[in-house]
Design a protein around this ligand. Structure first.
Ligand SMILES: Nc1ncnc2c1ncn2[C@@H]1O[C@H](COP(=O)(O)OP(=O)(O)OP(=O)(O)O)[C@@H](O)[C@H]1O
Ligand SMILES: [Mg+2]
Length: 225
C-alpha cells in the first residue's frame, strides 16, 4: 500500500522547517507512521553539485547557470535520498513529509525562462525527468507557505546564507530571483493545484500555530482514511 508524500514548499524563511516539524509531531501524536526529509540533503555527498552551484562554482549569476543542469543536480540529490532512506517506507504506507522537493526546481529554475512556452517546455521536461525517467514519486499534496514579497524581504534582512559566509547563496544574493519566484506562485498553483497557505495577515506573519492549523487541514484531506 502506497503511503503519502506531502511537500512543504515556500520561499526562504517562510517557515518550512518549522511547519514540517509541527506537522510531524501532530501526525505522530495521532499514531501515524511519519518521517520527515528535507532538500537539498546538505549532510549527504549527493548534494555536492548543489553546494557547488549555490556557492557559485558554475557562475556567480544564478540566471546564467543552465537551468537543466542545475535541475539535474537537485534531482540526483533527491534520488539518492529516496533510494537510500524513504522509498520502502513510503511503499509500506508511511507518510513522508518533505521540506522542499521537485517543487523547488519548479520555482527556482523555471523563472530563468522569460518566454511562457519555454517555461512550459521546461516544466514538461522536469516532470518527465524526475517522476517519469528517474521514478521519483509524485507528491500527493503540496502546501505552499505563501509569504508576500515585502514580508519575505523583512525576514531575510540580515540573515546569514546557508552555504557559508554572510552574503547568502547565489539565489539569495540575486534580488530579482526573489521577485520572480513570488511571481511564479500563481502559475505553478494553477498548473499543479498546490494548496496556498496564507502565512500573513495585515502584512504581518500569522502565528506558527494558526498556520499549522491550515496546513493540517489540507493534509488531513489527503490522508488514508
Ligand atoms: N509564523 C511565524 N512567525 C514568526 N516567525 C516564524 C514563523 N514561522 C517560522 N518563524 C521563524 O522564522 C525563521 C525561519 O523559519 P524556518 O527555518 O522554519 O523557515 P524555512 O522556510 O525552513 O527557512 P529556510 O529558508 O532557511 O529553509 C525561524 O527563526 C522560525 O522560528
Ligand atoms: Mg529550512
Amino acid at each position: 500500500m502506497q503511503g503519502r508524500l506531502i511537500i512543504i514548499e515556500g520561499g526562504d524563511g517562510s517557515g518550512k522547517a518549522t511547519q514540517t516539524k509541527l506537522l510531524q509531531e501532530h501526525l505522530q501524536r495521532e499514531g501515524q507512521s511519519v518521517r520527515a526529509v528535507s532538500f537539498p540533503d546538505y549532510d549527504s555527498d549527493s548534494s555536492a553539485l548543489v553546494r557547488m552551484y549555490l556557492r557559485g562554482d558554475f557562475g556567480a549569476d544564478a540566471d546564467a547557470v543552465n537551468p537543466y543542469a542545475a535541475s539535474a543536480f537537485y534531482a540526483v540529490d533527491r534520488f539518492a535520498s529516496y533510494q537510500m532512506h524513504w522509498k520502502s517506507f513510503l511503499e509500506q504506507g508511511g507518510i513522508v513529509l518533505a521540506d522542499r522537493y521537485t517543487t523547488s526546481n519548479m520555482l527556482y529554475q523555471m523563472i530563468k525562462f522569460n518566454d511562457p512556452a519555454d517555461r512550459r517546455a521546461y516544466l514538461d521536461w522536469l516532470e518527465d525527468f524526475e517522476f517519469g525517467k528517474m521514478g521519483l514519486p509524485r507528491p500527493d499534496l503540496v502546501c505552499l507557505l505563501d509569504v508576500p514579497l515585502d514580508v519575505t524581504e523583512q525576514l531575510m534582512a540580515g540573515r546569514q546564507g546557508k552555504t557559508g559566509g554572510t552574503t547568502g547563496d547565489i539565489h539569495e544574493k540575486n534580488g530579482s530571483f526573489l521577485h520572480k519566484c513570488h511571481d511564479a506562485y500563481d502559475e505553478l498553483t494553477d498548473r499543479y493545484g498546490w494548496q496556498r497557505i496564507a502565512c500573513t495577515e495585515d502584512g504581518r506573519m500569522r502565528s506558527i500555530d494558526d498556520i499549522h492549523a491550515d496546513v493540517y487541514q489540507a493534509v488531513a484531506a489527503v490522508l488514508i482514511p
